[in-house]
Design a protein around this ligand. Structure first.
Ligand code: HEC
Length: 361
């Protein structure tokens, strides 16, 4: 087996140069990525510097901070505001009852000038729509990260990082070391990437999962860093680390411990999966139904509502909200969220009326 596997000593210098530049570029890119994370999240809790609170607020939200407030107060959208006074005006509105009259007078003009170029529901439908009071209230009251937003980042994140890990791992496999250790180091970044992304979603509901987000993110970074450094070292400074037999035995011991942990972890997750499978099954059919509704939503044409209908719609929405449902009105109709997995699309005011009647009875 081993004989057929190439090692760094078997590859040409130009190949090594190519790999080295690739690994270094990825390493630098990763550092920029971390810096970007720092700038986007560090001020979320109002304190400079990154803390676990920042991560909790990013996904779970916070009792006294709204997504709009966080976005313009130290968040990534602050730079879009033309003056500091405007920020104070919006924050004042957020903290004093958020009435519609106050909104029209103080807030709407600012948003129309600085924000609706992007946040208009048309240019980029996945961004919060800030052209209407309802749209703004959505980010002024809902606190957790939005589900569609997270789904969007997750798919980009997984596709992108999987490729990086594939290439970095492929190069790392040329290195010369204990095979079991190598197998583990190749698997860890992928596992932690998956755990990290899954925990974003869980943190929306359970803020303490922020620790898992940070922990798995850190493990991914460290293991990828280890792959890069080991590869670069072996490429240019010798094909094998000079280890005494004692050190090798030590390393083997660590590798075994790691292997045990991984196996135990897998066993535990297997139990967990078996236990949760029925719940997931029920959830799965809910999700399919919800997708069907979201699909219908995406195909539907815009609604034209008379003033009277708008008034009625608002009352229905409030009734549903009082029952604990979340309701969004977009120009095509109403999206109703009953629970995390259960969504519904109502495409006309009559549908909405019938649904409300159902819920109340
Ligand atoms: C150049 C386009 C652009 C402009 C102008 C802009 N935004 Fe954004 N906004 C975005 C993008 C892209 C995102 C999603 C990326 C992200 O979450 O960082 C976003 C996200 C947001 C979010 C959601 C943050 C969250 O919690 O997910 C809020 C709230 C927001 N913007 C408010 C504003 C406000 C208020 C203004 C005006 C002061 C503004 N934006 C101006 C592009 C823009």
């Amino acid at each position: 087996m081993e004989k057929h596997c190439l090692r760094f000593k078997d590859i040409s210098v130009s190949e090594k140069m190519l790999y080295s530049l690739f690994l270094m570029t990825i390493g630098i890119g990763y550092l920029f990525g971390l810096t970007h994370l720092y700038y986007t999240h560090q001020m979320r809790d109002g304190q400079p510097g990154m803390s676990i609170q920042d991560v909790m607020i990013a996904y779970y939200g916070s009792q006294d901070k709204t997504r709009l407030g966080s976005a313009i107060n130290g968040g990534p959208m602050e730079l879009n505001l033309k003056s500091v006074d405007d920020k104070e005006k919006i924050l004042a509105w957020l903290s004093t009852g958020k009435s519609k009259a106050h909104f029209e007078q103080d807030v709407a003009p600012i948003l129309n000038r600085d924000c609706t170029g992007c946040h208009n529901g048309e240019t980029n439908p996945s961004l919060p729509n800030l052209t209407t009071y309802e749209g703004v209230m959505d980010v002024a009251s809902s606190k957790a990260a939005s589900l569609p937003g997270l789904v969007k980042i997750s798919h980009i994140h997984l596709f992108g990082i999987a490729f990086i890990l594939l290439f970095v791992g492929r190069i790392f496999i040329y290195s010369d070391m204990s095979v079991s250790l190598k197998r583990i180091i190749v698997v860890i970044p992928f596992l932690s990437l998956l755990i990290d992304t899954t925990s974003w979603f869980i943190t929306r509901t359970y803020p303490n999962f922020a620790y898992v987000v940070v922990g798995s993110g850190a493990i991914m970074g460290l293991s990828m860093g280890a792959q890069i450094i080991i590869s670069l070292y072996q490429m240019w400074f010798g094909t094998r680390l000079q280890l005494s037999s004692e050190q090798q035995a030590q390393l083997k011991k660590y590798a075994l411990v790691l292997q045990n942990w991984t196996l135990n972890g897998l066993a535990i997750s297997k139990n967990y999966v078996l236990k949760t499978a029925p719940i997931v099954w029920r959830g799965g059919s809910q999700i399919l139904l919800s997708f069907y509704h979201l699909f219908r939503y995406s195909l539907h044409t815009n609604l034209a509502l008379s003033d009277a209908e708008q008034l009625k719609a608002r009352q229905y929405t409030q009734t549903l909200q009082a029952q604990g449902y979340q309701v969004w009105f977009a120009s095509k109709g109403w999206l109703v969220k009953k629970s995390l997995l259960s969504w519904l699309f109502l495409s006309s005011i009559d549908d909405l009326e019938n649904y409300v009647a159902d819920v109340i009875s």
